[in-house]
Structure formats: C-alpha cells, structure tokens
Ligand binder design. Structure first.
Ligand SMILES: [Zn+2]
Ligand SMILES: [Zn+2]
Length: 634
C-alpha cells in the first residue's frame, strides 16, 4: 500500500540478518541454518512423488535433489548448516561408493577446486535446461526451477567474473568460523561425536589457509582489517570455546592437544601474512563492485527492477519520510522542550534536522542498563507474542525452539548488534537462534551509552519484531513446514533476499498499523527513523558500488539526512564496503510486499483476511515476491 510506504518499517545497522556469511565460493550465499539429530541411514532421500505429478515434475524432483546434495557435499560447512550430514559419493570406474561425513570435513578451497566448481555449475545449468524445461513443470516446480537457475547463475558470476575469493580474505575466515561453530550448537549427534567432528575440522585449518594463500593476490584494506579482526575470533573459538568442550580427563583431550596448536599457529601466521604481505601489496581493485553490479543486482533481486529505478524511488521517498517525521516530532518537541519554539526560522529542512534530532535524542534516554540488554529483549518477546495472537496477524510456530543467545565472538565483526539464525531446513525441530551482541565489559562508558541510546526501548521492540516475531523467526518457521522436504531445502538454500528482509520490514509496519504500543508517538517516530535507515542503505549500496560515492558523502547522508549517530554510521559504512547488493534488499522487498498486499486485498475485497494472507504467503517460502504473487492470487 503506497499510503503506508512512508509511514514506517525498516532495517538495522544492528543486523545482517538473513545473510549467513558463507564462503561466496561455496555458492550458497544465503543459506539459513544450523543442524540437529543424526539420521540413522547414510543416504537420504527427500523426494516424495505423488500420482498427480507429471513425469516432468518427477524428473525435476529427482534431478534437483541430486544437484542440491552434490552441491552440499562440495561445501561441507554449508551442509552442516542445512542439516545434511552424510553424503554417498558414487564410486568411479568399478570402485565402491564412499560415505562422506560432511560435519568432519572442511571445504576444499584450492585453485583447482574453484576451477572444478565452474565446471560443476555449468554442467548442472545445462542439464536442467536440457532435462527439465520449465514450461513442462507445475507452477510450484517452475518456481523452484527459477530460483535454482538464478542461484547457479549467481555462483558462476562469482566464480568466473567477480572472483571475490581471490581478493577478499574474509571469505575463508568466515567459512572456518561457521564450520567450527555449527556442530557445537546443534544436536544432530551425541556431544562427543560432534566435538570429534569439530576437531577434525580444526586439524584441516592449516591445509585450507595454505590453499587460499596460493591465489589471494591483492585485497582492499577494508577486507584485510576485517579478516584480521574476525580471525582473532577463530583463534578464540579454538582456545576458549572448543577447549572447554574437552576438559582434562576427557577422552578427546589428547586429540585437541595434538591438533589445536598447529591450527592456532596457522591462523595467527595467516593474520600476520595478511598484515605484512597481502595488505602491503598494490591493490588495483577496490571494494567497489563497479561493472559487475548490474548483473549481480538482477540475480539477487530476481525482479525486473533496475538499481537506477530503486535509487530514484529511495531518494524521493526519503524526502517524504523526513516531512512525515517532522509532523510527528513537533508535538513531542513542544512537550519536551517548551521553551524552544518551532525552530522554523531557517527553512523547513533545517527545522526538520533540529526538531527531529532533539526529539530522537530525548527518546534515546529511555534504554535498558548495559548488562540487561538480553533480558530486556526476552521481556519484549512475551508482549509481542501476545499482541500477534490477539490481533491475529500470523500463525505462530508450534515448535517452541527460539533461543535468545549472545552473538558468537567470531561473528561480532558483522553482527555488531543482532542477527537471526534459523533452524536447519532438514531439522526443523532444532534450535533457532536470535543473536544479540552484548556490550563488552571493557567498552568505555560513553561508547556503551551511545550504543544503548541507539538501542533504546523503542528501537529494541522493532528489532525483536524484525529478527524474531513476526519477522525472520516466524517466516523461517513457516518455511520449515513446507512439504516436500526437497522443496523446503531448495527454497531455504536459494532464498530470495528481498522476500526475507522485505517481509521483516513489511510485517513491522503491519504491527504498527495494527496498533502495537498503542499510538505511542515515540515508537512511531523510531519506526520512521528505521525507514530512513533502510532508504539510506539502498542509496549507499548503489552509489558507493557504482557511482564513486565518497566516505564523506556517505557519512553526511547517514548523519545529517537520516539522523544516525556517528558510531552507527561508521559501522554501516564498513558494512556497505564489505557487501554489495545486500543492503538494498530490505527496501526493494518492502516495496514489493506492500504492492502485493494491496493487490491481494483488492482482489479479495470484503473477504480479505489478514491472518490468512500472511500464512498463505509465508507458506510459499522465500521466492521472489512476484513469483509468490503468481502462485497465490485468487
Ligand atoms: Zn533482517
Ligand atoms: Zn528544540
């Protein structure tokens, strides 16, 4: 609904939610998961065929399932996250087949393997085109085929052209962190087995670091410094977290003592090498994506929208939201600062800047104590849940599997505020995690205060709505109910970013429109500040990656125009350099969701039911929103 477009919603500097930080080389950029429970048999078969399906559909089911399992077997860290643990590798030339225990393996990142990946994806692309033409498929399978094709194309774009893995050392560092962390926090096998898997992965760290050093040839300083910071998190994971799993007397302790020192030494020497060697080389490529941007943008958005169109929309909307913020802030300003007058002597823009900042500052004073951040969030959850039930916004999960935990250390570079980690699609009963980054005890008081003001009582409500309910958590719970499991796995691995991030923002706006927090103007103003953040994210990504936008211009946009604090804006500036085409997904998705809701509501007329609509769209899983429309319109 256009009317609502300027009235709320938004994204976080707090979160990189939805994005799983998998090695770009491994293809599944946007997996979503974590694992659980070991299956008894080694081979898994997901396809269930029904009589109603055509031969073409049955063929697609088999071929796509084989593709996903083979792709996962080539990316063990991702496989763990999807809940895929064992893979049967067919024997070559008369040899018997082999069972791969994926949780014990660390990804191959050799130059030879990267070249093989290109062959792997091109071969599968051609196979799908030849054997599963989409026009013969059911509407649901055709949707799956589209997702799959786009993701194969995205992988090939990365491997053949962008080649981030050759220039960005955070790829390997984050792959290692995820690979070590996954088996520790999930229960797919007895604890001792899982710790054994982690130790196997630890043992392979020197090998993988050695592989990437062969081809990492230059890197932007921002990639180097981030990789060094995150790599310290990997060292900590081994020295502290994993060590705690094998106290003296534990049967695995001897193994830890054998493999950990070599891994730690390799990680530390890798950081040293980044600092003194790679980081000192001439760097012809910057972090800017440049010429590859339009192609990547199209494959990530999966709509006809161009980045120019989205940019123009965001810049126009920003002006409208600012006016709207002034309208809301003026009455609060008058109450909060009765002696100030209206500040309208220097024109409207100046008045907006002054009045809105003062009111936001004042709202920021209402925040939890620094050591009670997690507690405050847990308390909010109950009230939010009750509101969703009472207003019949969407059906909640019957699995009580959401856990609020501290963000793992090696992820705090990116998840500086919060994030969401769903249960693995193949193990839906497993834990879903809402990560909250605590304020470190060593953080100076002033800095802690600044972060708490950003995460004031009202922003935290929005955050929990976005990350958990009815945002990401509820969306992924619906996804994790999709049948057959093959489709669930496919839509989870190849999830459309704008669907995921747009949903979290769209539904936050619905919550507000349905009266969450009454008519509290402070919450409404914060929601608009977050909408401004989301517009800024869009503008930053397009302008920084394709238009040589400078750091100064970016900072000015965020602080002067969008009311962000210096710290908030600096963190976002870094993130905007580390990623590309991810930051616009929030706004692009929101626009699509609002349009779909309007169309559907119009088509249904008097019979429109909010709960039914939300359940229906979530039960499709994260397809591009225009495809959802194709599937659900009455
Ligand atoms: Zn999100
Ligand atoms: Zn004032």
């Amino acid at each position: 609904m256009k009317r609502n477009l300027k009235s709320a919603g938004a994204i976080s500097l707090l979160a990189l939610c939805g994005s799983l930080l998998l090695p770009a080389s491994a293809q599944f950029h946007k997996g979503t998961a974590k694992l659980y429970e070991e299956k008894s048999g080694p081979a898994r078969k997901l396809s269930s065929t029904s009589a109603a399906e055509s031969a073409a559909d049955r063929k697609f089911a088999t071929v796509s399932e084989t593709f996903m399992f083979e792709a996962l077997s080539r990316a063990p860290a991702t496989a763990s996250q999807a809940g895929y643990h064992k893979h049967v590798q067919a024997g070559k030339a008369g040899k018997s087949s082999k069972i791969l225990i994926l949780d014990a393996m660390l990804d191959d990142m050799s130059a030879e393997f990267m070249a093989e990946q290109i062959k792997f994806y091109s071969t599968w692309r051609d196979k799908f085109a030849a054997e599963c033409p989409p026009q013969n498929l059911s509407a649901q399978n055709a949707a799956d085929a589209e997702l799959l094709n786009d993701q194969i194309a995205l992988s090939l774009l990365e491997l053949e052209k962008i080649q981030n893995y050759k220039h960005n050392p955070t790829v390997v560092v984050e792959m290692i962190g995820s690979a070590l962390f996954q088996p520790l926090t999930s229960e797919y096998a007895p604890r001792a087995t899982r710790v054994g898997h982690v130790l196997s992965r630890v043992e392979q760290i020197p090998r993988v670091l050695n592989q990437v050093k062969q081809y990492l040839d230059s890197a932007d300083p921002i990639f180097v410094s981030t990789a060094i910071a995150e790599n310290a998190g990997n060292v900590d994971l081994i020295e502290t977290t994993i060590k705690k799993e094998v106290p003296k007397g534990n049967p695995l302790r001897a193994r830890y003592d054998r493999v950990a020192p070599a891994a730690i030494s390799a990680l530390k020497s890798f950081s040293k090498w980044l600092e003194t060697d790679l980081g000192k080389r001439p760097n012809p490529r910057s972090w800017r994506l440049g010429e590859f941007y339009p192609e990547k943008f199209k494959l990530v958005m999966e709509t006809d929208l161009t980045s120019d169109q989205l940019l123009a929309n965001a810049e126009k909307t920003m002006k409208e939201v600012r006016q709207d913020m002034l309208r809301l802030a003026l009455p609060m300003h008058e109450k909060m600062f009765p002696s100030h007058g209206k500040h309208d002597e220097n024109g409207e823009h100046e008045q907006q800047s002054r009045v809105i900042s003062e009111v936001l500052d004042k709202i920021g004073e209402e925040h939890p104590k620094r050591d009670l951040l997690l507690k405050a969030i847990e308390n909010d959850l109950a009230g939010i849940k009750q509101f969703i039930r009472q207003k019949k916004i969407v059906t909640l999960s019957d699995r009580e599997n959401l856990k609020v935990i501290e963000t793992p250390l090696f992820m705090r570079g990116i998840y500086s505020g919060a994030g969401f980690h769903s249960a693995p699609p193949l193990e839906p009963k497993s834990e879903a995690q809402y990560w909250v980054t605590p304020i470190d005890a060593k953080t100076p008081e002033a800095k802690a205060e600044s972060r708490l003001r950003e995460n004031n009582n009202y922003t935290l409500k929005w955050l929990t709505i976005h990350e958990a309910l009815p945002g990401h958590y509820i969306q992924f719970e619906h996804l994790n109910n999709i049948q057959p499991p093959r489709r669930r796995l496919l839509r989870s691995l190849f999830a459309n970013g704008p669907y995921v991030e747009g949903w979290a923002e769209y539904i936050a706006q619905v919550m507000m429109d349905e009266g969450f927090m009454g008519d509290e103007p402070k919450f409404r103003l914060i929601m608009r500040k977050i909408r401004m953040r989301l517009l800024a994210n869009t503008i930053l990504d397009v302008r920084m990656h394709t238009m040589n936008y400078t750091d100064e211009e970016a900072m000015r946009l965020m602080t002067d125009e969008c009311f962000q604090t210096q710290a908030e804006a600096e963190a976002k500036l870094t993130r905007a350099k580390l990623s590309s085409t991810q930051l616009p997904t929030y706004y692009a998705g929101l626009v699509d969701w609002l349009a779909l809701r309007e169309k559907y509501q119009k088509a249904k007329g008097k019979n429109f039911d909010l709960l039914q609509f939300h359940n229906l769209v979530l039960d499709q899983g994260p397809l591009p929103v225009p495809i959802v429309e194709r599937l659900i319109m009455p």
